[in-house]
Design a binder for this molecule. Structure first.
Ligand code: GLN
Length: 458
């Protein structure tokens, strides 16, 4: 009940698009009843979870924070959310996000941006909660829910976690089913938990992950007992420091944070090794070709016929109201500016004349980046890097400059392109007292190694 009241009082954060107190209370009551009956409790019995609005939830409006899905009420439940309910959790509500998960600040939401609960001392200027899972980061950081789901295509779990001082893990591609999760870039999209600490992330991820025949890229593997396997000792482990992540102009405090992380790893018994990921600087451009290309294909389904919004051209525009006009009016009104930008970039890089020069080339780069990681992991068990090149920036400070915004993803996209598990853990505060995150990247399927290295930091 306390969480339901908290959410109701937290309107200024704009983290929740829909509140579903009955869902959360039903789970809490089921947990109470099980406890009273002396039954063994489910792993998440009664825990109220916030769901990013990218997950379809049966009977509960789901919009991906876009006008184009206004009025869409799924008739089915996403596999990840169903897994959480099967583990005893309940849903407090649907969380705000960047529209279709495209963004790093939450400012592309059609329903107003989420505000971080953090402030610089002596300042009221609202800060970005990160994105795209900014409703999730903000809600967990403000204590509105103990855990939330996020999705990560190029950093959308890790960067918002870093900006708000919480933990979040993107598992290996294929660990969490994508079925019923609204698609952005299907070869990159992965769901994962965002929570207050590493242990909570392990518990939630165990519930969320698992093979699902309804997702053709789902991994046919048992879910490891990650929580059980948690160990703070890194004795015998080698932690790799990728040289190429020391980008020019990196703020001193990010350098200092990274050094502190290295020291914590040593204290936990790890050996530190320098490694090279030579194609790192091509990751961001490759990502911003591949992700929009897949998005332009995935978003073709929003045509005013199948889901959500349908608009007709204004009478005074003189246009007829044929099928083409209906498509055009619906998309013009329904998609936000960033989504339109991605669709246009994606359509361009996939077009007959440019496909080889952009899309094929980006796929080749992607293969080289994956190979960089494979080679680096011969010399180490996990990699340690900063999560983002800065602490949370002020809302509005980058929204007019897409390139500045995209640069925020510089440390998170390479592991996404390679499909590897990666986590952000709070590492400390900057000179203004704002949280900074450290990122741990692991070998494919080694979420355990990532979580354990995370424990050494927190
Ligand atoms: N910020 C990145 C983008 O805008 C990543 C988003 C994500 O991971 N969903 O594409």
């Amino acid at each position: 009940d306390a969480f339901v009241v908290k959410v109701a009082k937290a309107k200024p954060l704009n983290a929740f698009l829909v509140e579903t107190p009955d869902h959360a209370l039903a789970a809490a009551r089921a947990a109470d009843a099980a406890r009273a009956a002396g039954e063994t409790l489910k792993p998440l019995a009664g825990v109220p979870i916030g769901m990013k609005d990218l997950f379809c939830t049966k009977g509960v409006a789901t919009t991906a924070a876009s006008h184009i899905l206004e009025g869409f009420v799924p008739t089915y439940e996403s596999s990840v959310s169903q897994n959480l309910w099967n583990a005893g959790a309940g849903m407090l509500g649907k969380l705000n996000m960047d529209q279709f998960a495209m963004g790093s600040s939450n400012e592309t939401s059609a329903f107003g941006n989420v505000v971080s609960p953090w402030r610089k001392p002596g300042s009221d200027a609202p800060l970005a909660p990160g994105g795209s899972s900014g409703g999730s980061s903000s809600a967990v950081a403000a204590g509105l829910c103990p855990g939330a789901t996020g999705t990560d295509t190029g950093g959308s779990i890790r960067q918002p976690a870093a900006f708000t001082g919480i933990s979040g893990i993107k598992p290996t591609y294929g660990r969490c089913s994508r079925w019923g999760t609204i698609a952005f870039a299907s070869s990159l999209d992965q769901a994962g938990p965002m929570a207050r600490d590493v242990r909570d992330c392990a518990i939630m991820l165990e519930a969320m992950a698992g093979f699902d025949a309804k997702d053709a890229t789902s991994l046919k593997l048992d879910v490891p007992r990650w929580e059980h396997g948690l160990s703070p000792s890194l004795a015998g482990k080698r932690v790799g420091i990728p040289r190429e992540y020391r980008v020019d102009g990196m703020p001193e405090e990010i350098e200092a944070l990274w050094q502190a992380g290295i020291d914590w790893m040593k204290d936990a018994g790890a050996e530190i090794v320098e490694v090279s990921l030579p194609h790192t600087r091509y990751a961001l451009p490759a990502y911003y070709i591949i992700a929009p290309a897949e998005a332009s294909s995935n978003l073709a389904r929003y045509d005013g016929v199948r889901y959500g919004l349908r608009d007709l051209p204004a009478k005074e525009s003189g246009g007829g109201a044929g099928l083409q006009e209906m498509y055009a009016a619906t998309r013009a009104d329904g998609f936000g500016a960033e989504v339109k930008r991605r669709i246009m970039i994606g359509t361009y890089v996939l077009s007959a004349g440019f496909y080889d020069a952009y899309y094929t080339q980006a796929q080749k780069v992607r293969a080289l980046i994956a190979r960089d990681f494979e080679l680096a992991f011969r010399a180490c068990d996990v990699l340690l890097t900063p999560t983002a090149p800065s602490a949370a920036f002020a809302l509005g400070s980058k929204s007019a400059d897409p390139l500045a915004m995209y640069l925020n993803d510089v440390f998170t996209v390479p592991s996404s392109l390679a499909g590897l598990p990666a986590m952000s853990v709070p590492g400390g505060l900057d000179k203004d007292g704002l949280p900074l995150g450290l990122q741990i990247i692991g070998k494919a399927l080694d979420e355990q190694g990532v979580l354990n290295a995370g424990l050494a930091i927190e």
